[in-house]
Write a protein that binds this ligand. Structure first.
Ligand SMILES: [Zn+2]
Length: 468
């Protein structure tokens, strides 16, 4: 079955047809790098990485571009407060972002363009919009005129007049119409700035994505994605800029992920329930956080609480335990001669894999896909009741769990795969440490093993161990 994607532009699910057979071009709006990311920023990182992984699982080649907004009012303000240069602040929080999402199992993007490095393309883009009559310069600023672009409002499904009623001209803005938005902002005294045909300044926020998409992926792309809050004005403005520029359709599928609530309340700085991804990663296994985020369909709001996170932790543990039970049983399994019963088991595994794919094909329904993985583990546990097991079937079960969990970006084997000889070696090292009265090291080894689920018991015959 082909993949169905809910397209915000059409407000319905549509069959995914790539521009180029076997390829997907995908652009995701990235963070403004002036602080550590909160879990609201972690959600799109995880969700769209999973979309990418599923395409790759299905054999597509994915070009995945995620930008960093490294010049912006918030960064300039942060740099002032920190008494640092803007590029230094941006660099530090880009590193922190990559570290955080890396811990969450997010694959590296094909490109991570930054505003400062794309300045020339951005200026050329703005200049072309001015030449074409979609934008105008006024006293060092440049504004885009949404009214000049037919189709403005098509993504957020609002008419220009509806949008006009919500727009305001802020003090100091020289725009002609409240709907107009800045493509270029004149530099204030002492602010970081670049030369342009309109004088020294820097780009407005929306234009960078249009310029980066064009530079790295072309005039028309398959998928443009981001958080739901970006639909208007950011994505609406991107469409206007890009389509005014090229005269072609900009992105064929628009995907938006839902909000995150904290203990049933909207997350906001003023409510003081702002949760940094970094703090959570220090508290929980990041894989648990990822698994939790995927336990809800990406378009639905997700409610975040310690309780729900713990429940995700237990669920993930159950899958990992099933996987490691299979691993242990592999040693006593045999290369049995193929028979009907074995064929039935292999078919059952294949059917379950197909069900997983059907759920993912249906607008990446990870919540249902996870329940299929649970069905696989249930079947595996039933199979393990048999007195004689076949290595081939054990491995088929393991492979299905491993591959499908890998689509979700969660590894099942690292902890389960601490080999018996590794455990023995650590126990020997611990014994040695105790002999030399290095109790700190001895305790450290015991704790490390405990974390991996290995319990030690000191007996008269020496140390015995078991998997807890
Ligand atoms: Zn964007």
């Amino acid at each position: 079955m082909p993949i169905q994607i809910y397209n915000t532009l059409k407000r319905q699910k549509e069959e995914f047809k790539p521009l180029k057979e076997g390829h997907v071009s995908m652009y995701v709006c990235g963070p403004t790098v002036y602080n550590y990311i909160h879990i609201g920023n972690a959600r799109p990182a995880i969700v769209f990485d999973t979309v990418r992984r599923y395409f790759e699982y299905k054999g597509f080649h994915v070009d995945y571009v995620l930008n960093f907004t490294d010049v912006d009012d918030k960064i300039i303000k942060a740099a002032k407060e920190l008494e640092e240069e803007v590029p230094a602040v941006a660099e530090r929080f880009i590193d922190a972002y990559l570290e955080d999402v890396g811990a969450l199992g997010v694959k590296q993007a094909t490109h991570n363009p930054r505003v400062m490095e794309t300045m020339e393309d951005i200026i050329q883009f703005i200049d072309a919009l001015v030449q074409k009559g979609y934008a105008y310069a006024v006293e060092g600023d440049v504004y885009f005129k949404p009214r000049a672009f037919e189709g403005y409002g098509k993504l957020s499904h609002q008419s220009v007049d509806e949008l006009r009623s919500g727009a305001r001209i802020q003090v100091g803005e020289k725009k002609e119409d409240p709907l107009d938005f800045a493509l270029w902002k004149k530099a204030k005294d002492g602010e970081i700035a670049w030369d342009s045909p309109w004088g020294e300044g820097r780009p407005g926020w929306h234009i960078e994505c249009s310029a980066m998409v064009k530079k790295y992926l072309g005039d028309t792309i398959d998928i443009h994605a981001g958080g739901q809050d970006l639909t208007f004005p950011h994505h609406e403005n991107e469409i206007a800029q890009s389509e005014a520029m090229t005269g072609k359709s900009f992105a064929r599928y628009w995907m938006h992920n839902g909000y995150i609530n904290i203990e049933n309340e909207k997350m906001s700085k003023s409510l003081g329930n702002f949760v940094l991804t970094r703090d959570l990663i220090n508290q929980y296994n990041p894989q648990v956080l990822r698994f939790f985020m995927l336990s809800v369909h990406y378009r639905h709001p997700i409610n975040f609480s310690a309780e729900l996170l713990e429940s995700a932790e237990n669920s993930l543990e159950r899958i990992k335990t099933a996987y490691s039970n299979l691993e242990h049983r592999k040693n006593s399994s045999m290369d049995l001669v193929s028979n009907q019963k074995q064929e039935d088991w292999l078919n059952k595994i294949e059917e379950l894999k197909k069900r997983f794919e059907e759920e993912m094909d249906d607008d990446f329904n990870t919540a249902n896909a996870i329940s299929v993985i649970f069905d696989i583990t249930k079947e595996a546990n039933v199979y393990l009741q048999e007195s004689q097991t076949s290595t081939k079937i054990i491995e088929a079960f393991q492979e299905s769990i491993r591959d499908l969990m890998n689509v979700l970006g969660v590894t099942v084997e690292e902890e389960a795969d601490l080999l018996d000889e590794d455990i023995e070696a650590l126990i020997a090292e611990r014994n040695e440490a105790r002999k030399t009265r290095d109790f700190a090291r001895a305790d450290e080894i015991r704790d490390m093993l405990k974390e991996k689920g290995i319990m030690l018991e000191d007996t008269a015959q020496g140390v015995r161990w078991r998997r807890g």
